[in-house]
Structure formats: structure tokens, C-alpha cells
Design a protein around this ligand. Structure first.
Ligand SMILES: Nc1ncnc2c1ncn2[C@@H]1O[C@H](COP(=O)(O)OP(=O)(O)OP(=O)(O)O)[C@@H](O)[C@H]1O
Ligand SMILES: [Mg+2]
Length: 589
């Protein structure tokens, strides 16, 4: 085996934290965001400038000004409005490019991290959990950036703009704004809170309904087979009933509090205008009719901004939650430590177990208990034993998916702990106990993970896996779609495709976990023969319940309760008249 040490100063302890990560993500987009902010400020200026213009026009009318002046104001208004379109587009383009790219990078980062997580991490967390992080959480972070930045910026700008404009045109009104705006904001927010709560409840109920619907679809076979359709329907209608009830409740809330909020909002503008009028009538000099119009508009505008800002609260809290959830994955410690380890480039694939013990957390007895064994290059070793005896665990230890609790697994004499297992696994093919297929064609399922296989190679692999006959039966041949998770293939066909996928890579180490369990004895025998024929070109570890499968093995290891209780070839073991011969006799009868 040739090995090359790779120096990686960062080592296995790379722990990204979200704050710095997010800041890093904006790298390359910061200039873009700055220009976007300027464009946004200019494009939204009509919001607080238009009221000023309108108040000036009112004053012009009151003071019987000239038509020229009116034209100038009109022209200004047109310019003010016209600039909105191009600048808005500029803003959207720059901003969206930035945020979308950040989400893309975040998703890539997550996907990479997921590939570094230990296999055990995946046995602990559901697929939906992982999917949620990659899709929903990133979406929430995106939503956070998307709404908080523009909406927050616009509200703050409006607040500042309105106060400054009022301060310039009529400082006497500033106290009215200072009192009215917080009161209005608080009042309207208070009336909206029940609506927000109702909305939340409604959304939760819809989510429950959608998860029940998914569950119903995936369980349909079991449900029908057990004749419990009514139970399934009532589970769904129960959730649908919830949606109906909370939807109705929400409508009523919106009707009630929506109206109250609206009245409060309008009343506030009215009171502000009245207040302004009192100040004007009370003899404060210089207050014009236009100023009062301006005041009315600003109170509405400012209250609106305050409301938007408070409305951002749930988006902000969802965004922060999502960021936390993403950070927890990026920070996850249960990684497969490969960084900076020895890279394998030409392994013989001699696998040695030296007194290996493995205990799953939460299990009292170890699943593998003091096992020593060796798989020689070109050797064929079989594991047999009853269900739950620890065979798959042994295989996962050989693969480096699990790390021994005690003892060592060695690859060509080097502890697997010191090896970058990803480089080792390039020489390994596994057919796991459950053949995994993805939506795609037979060709894609066979060549998965590698490109550049010729048609001949694909056919050769299918031939060796005894899959050629049935593939030829399909009108589309190699390009036959296999359906979601291979649902359009039979169990045995799926196994053979999985086997072809393993063989096409010409592995040096082949690990088969019940790879032919779903096949009839005839097809199984064909595969066995072709595997045995080519067995010397690689190391093979095979797990099988059917003992005919393992007869040709150099060594058969009989596993019971995590221990190897017998070992030897078929004939030696039969002579021993022990556990193996017992199993063999029961199968032969
Ligand atoms: N992810 C896990 N977490 C906790 N315990 C586990 C886990 N996987 C397996 N075990 C336990 O370890 C023991 C050995 O399991 P293993 O899958 O190795 O058995 P096996 O010999 O492959 O069985 P089978 O022939 O049914 O596939 C079992 O008692 C099982 O309950
Ligand atoms: Mg197993």
C-alpha cells in the first residue's frame, strides 16, 4: 500500500460558527449590497417626499400661486415617481443575486457537512430532519435577509425622512409625531397580536394536515392490507377538522381585530390633523394648510412603519431559530474525522480485526465483542449467524463507518483511525442489506457516483450480477426508469442492480450484506458462481443467511451475540458438528 500523509493544519477540529460563517458568506457580495442599499434609499424617497410635494401644492392653491410653480411641482413629482422603476429594478437585481447566492452557498456548505457526518448521526436523525435543514431552514434565513433588510431599511428611512421633513417645514408639529406615532404603533400592534396568534395556529394545523397526508400516502399498502382504511381516513379528517376550525376562528379574528386596528389607525391620523389644526388656530404663526395635510400623511406613514417593524418580529425569530439550527449542524461534533489523515492510494485491502469490541449507545451488551479475524487480499470470508448477532455491525466496522469502542481495525496493517477513510472507500464497494435505489434509469442507478463507464462495462457488470436477462426484457433497456426508490422493480431485481453498481467499480474490497437474500436459489447460484470466479481479484466479505451462498468461502465465521464462536471452511465446520452444522442441517431439511 502506498500512502501519502496529507498535512492539514486545520485538522479535524474545524468548527465553523454561524456568525462568522454568515459574515463570510457575504464576502464577494458586500459591494453589491452597498449599491443596493443606495438604490433602495433613492427609489423609496417618494414615500416621504411625496407628502411634502402635496403639501406644497396645497399651499400653492391656498396662496393663489402661479401656474409655472404648479408645473414645476408637477414635473418634480413625475421625476420622483419615474426614478422608482429603474432604481427598484437595480435594487432587486443586486439584492436578489446576493441573497440567492448566499442561500446557494449555505446549502452547498450544509450538503458538504452532511457528507462529513458520521453514519451513526444518520441512524439517529430522520430524513425529514435533514431535509428540513437544507430546504426550510435556509429558506427561513433567506426570508429573514429578504424581508428584514429592505423592510427594516425602508421603515427606518421613512421614520427618519418624515421626522426630518416635519422638523424643517413645521417644527411645532414634532411633539405630535413623537406622541402619536408610538401610541398608534402600540395600539395597532396590540390589535393585530390576536390575529398573528390565530395565524400561527392555522399554519400549524395546515402543517399537521400535510404531514398526515404524506404519511397516508406512504402507508397506503399497509393500511389497505390490514383493512384499516377508516382509521387512516379518520386520522386525516381529524387534522382537516383542525384546519377548518382554526381557519374559521382566524376569519372571525381578522374581521374583529382587523376593523378595530383600521379604526385606530385612521382615528390617529384624524386626531393628529385636529391637533395640527388646533395649533394653527391657536395662533402659532407660519402653520399653513399644506403643513396640516403633511402632518396627516406623516402620522399614517410613520404608524405604518412602526407596524411593519413590529411585524418583522416573527420573521426575525424564525430566521434566528433557523440560523441556530443550521449552526448546530455546521457545529455538529459527530463527524467522521478524515482531515489530515493518511491518504490511501493503492491498498491491498487486507482487513484485520484485532480484538474489536463495539457497543451502540443505549445497548447493554456490546454488538461486537472481542472479535479478531483477518480478511486476506483475494480472500473470501463469510459471516453467518442468527439475526441480531452483529454481522452488519462487523461490516460497518470494516468499512470504517463505525469506530471500535475497543481494539483496532487495520487496513494493510495500519489502524483505520489514522487513515482518511474516504480515500480507502474509493476501493470499496458495498451492497447493503437494503438495496437503495433513487429515481432515475437503470443506467444511472448502476453508474451512480462515477461517470465515464462504457456501455460494455455496464453490460458486463449487469451480466455478473445476473441482471442482464431482466434488463433486456424492458423495452427501454438500460434507460428504463426505476421509479421512486426503485419501486418499479422487484425486490430481487433491485438487489441485482445494487450488485451491478458495486461490481462496475471493480472494487478491491467487496462487502455484501445479504446481497442475494431476495433471489430464488437458481439466480442466486448463478451470481454465486460469477462472484466466486472473480473473487481472487479482490477481497470479499459476505454476509448470508442462506448457507449455500457461503460454501465456497475460504473462511466462514459463525457469529453469535457479537462473538465469533466457530471459524473454518465449510467442510471443517461441518465436521465440528457445532453451531454451523446445526444451522446447515436445519436449512437442508
Ligand atoms: N444503530 C443502532 N443503534 C443501536 N443498536 C443497534 C444499531 N444497529 C444495530 N444495533 C443492535 O446491534 C445488534 C447487532 O445488530 P446487527 O445489525 O449487526 O445484526 P445482524 O447480525 O446484521 O442482524 P441481521 O441478520 O438481522 O441483519 C442488534 O442487537 C441491534 O439491535
Ligand atoms: Mg444485518
Amino acid at each position: 500500500m502506498r500512502i501519502r500523509a496529507k498535512v492539514n493544519p486545520e485538522g479535524a477540529d474545524r468548527r465553523p460558527r454561524l456568525g462568522p460563517v454568515l459574515w463570510q458568506l457575504t464576502r464577494g457580495h458586500r459591494g453589491r449590497f452597498a449599491v443596493a442599499a443606495v438604490a433602495f434609499t433613492v427609489k423609496s424617497s417618494p414615500v416621504w417626499l411625496m407628502p411634502v410635494l402635496v403639501s406644497r401644492i396645497v399651499d400653492l392653491v391656498v396662496a393663489h400661486g402661479t401656474l409655472t410653480q404648479l408645473w414645476i411641482y408637477g414635473g418634480l413629482g413625475v421625476v420622483l415617481l419615474a426614478q422608482n422603476y429603474p432604481l427598484n429594478m437595480l435594487f432587486v437585481r443586486l439584492f436578489s443575486r446576493g441573497t440567492r447566492e448566499i442561500s446557494f452557498t449555505l446549502r452547498t456548505l450544509l450538503a458538504e457537512r452532511m457528507q462529513e457526518l458520521s453514519i451513526l448521526y444518520y441512524t439517529r436523525s430522520s430524513a425529514a430532519f435533514i431535509q428540513n435543514k437544507l430546504v426550510r431552514d435556509v429558506e427561513s434565513v433567506e426570508g429573514f435577509i429578504d424581508s428584514v433588510l429592505p423592510l427594516g431599511l425602508s421603515s427606518v428611512l421613512t421614520l427618519i425622512g418624515a421626522f426630518v421633513a416635519t422638523g424643517i417645514s413645521e417644527p411645532a408639529f414634532l411633539p405630535i409625531l413623537l406622541i402619536a406615532v408610538p401610541i398608534g404603533g402600540a395600539l395597532v400592534t396590540a390589535t393585530r397580536r390576536p390575529i398573528a396568534r390565530g395565524n400561527e395556529k392555522y399554519r400549524n394545523d395546515v402543517e399537521l394536515l400535510s404531514s398526515r397526508a404524506g404519511e397516508m400516502a406512504s402507508m397506503v399498502n399497509v393500511v389497505r392490507a390490514h383493512g384499516i382504511e377508516e382509521v387512516a381516513v379518520s386520522r386525516l379528517t381529524e387534522a382537516a377538522r383542525g384546519v377548518q376550525a382554526s381557519g374559521f376562528h382566524l376569519d372571525i379574528l381578522i374581521g374583529r381585530f382587523g376593523a378595530v386596528g383600521w379604526i385606530a389607525f385612521q382615528a390617529l391620523s384624524l386626531f393628529a390633523v385636529l391637533g395640527g389644526a388646533f395649533i394653527a388656530l391657536g395662533g402659532v404663526s407660519g402653520v399653513t394648510a399644506g403643513d396640516i395635510v403633511l402632518l396627516g400623511s406623516y402620522v399614517a406613514l410613520l404608524t405604518g412603519s412602526v407596524i411593519s417593524l413590529t411585524g418583522l418580529a416573527p420573521v426575525i425569530s424564525r430566521g434566528i431559530n433557523a440560523m441556530g439550527s443550521i449552526a448546530s449542524l455546521l457545529d455538529e461534533r459527530d463527524l467522521e474525522p478524515n482531515h489530515g489523515k493518511i491518504e490511501v492510494s493503492d491498498p491491498e485491502c487486507r482487513i484485520t480485526f484485532a480484538d474489536v469490541t463495539y457497543s451502540y449507545s443505549g445497548q447493554i451488551a456490546p454488538a461486537v465483542d472481542g472479535v479478531s479475524m483477518e480478511l486476506a487480499p483475494g480472500g473470501l470470508v463469510a459471516l453467518v449467524g442468527s439475526s441480531g448477532s452483529g454481522k452488519s455491525t462487523l461490516l460497518n466496522l470494516a468499512l470504517g463507518f463505525l469506530r471500535p469502542t475497543a481494539g483496532q481495525v487495520l487496513l494493510d496493517g495500519v489502524n483505520l483511525e489514522h487513515i482518511d477513510r474516504r480515500t480507502f472507500r474509493r476501493f470499496v464497494s458495498v451492497v447493503p442489506q437494503e438495496a437503495v435505489m433513487f429515481r432515475g434509469t437503470i443506467r444511472e442507478n448502476v453508474t451512480y457516483g462515477s461517470s465515464g463507464f462504457t456501455e460494455e462495462e455496464i453490460y458486463a457488470a449487469l451480466h455478473e450480477a445476473n441482471a442482464l436477462d431482466f434488463v433486456r426484457q424492458f423495452t427501454d433497456g438500460l434507460d428504463t426508469a426505476v421509479g421512486e426508490r426503485g419501486a418499479q422493480l422487484s425486490g430481487g431485481q433491485r438487489q441485482r442492480i445494487a450488485l451491478a453498481r458495486a461490481l462496475i467499480r471493480v472494487p478491491r474490497l467487496l462487502l455484501l450484506d445479504e446481497a442475494t437474500s431476495a433471489l430464488d436459489s437458481e439466480s442466486e447460484a448463478l451470481i454465486r458462481e460469477s462472484l466466486v470466479r472473480s473473487a481472487r481479484s479482490r477481497s470479499t466479505l459476505v454476509i448470508a443467511h442462506r448457507l449455500t451462498t457461503v460454501r465456497a468461502a475460504d473462511t466462514i465465521l459463525v457469529v453469535e451475540n457479537g462473538k465469533i464462536v466457530e471459524h473454518g471452511n465449510h467442510h471443517a465446520l461441518l465436521k465440528l458438528r457445532g453451531r454451523y452444522s446445526e444451522l446447515y442441517q436445519t436449512q437442508m431439511n
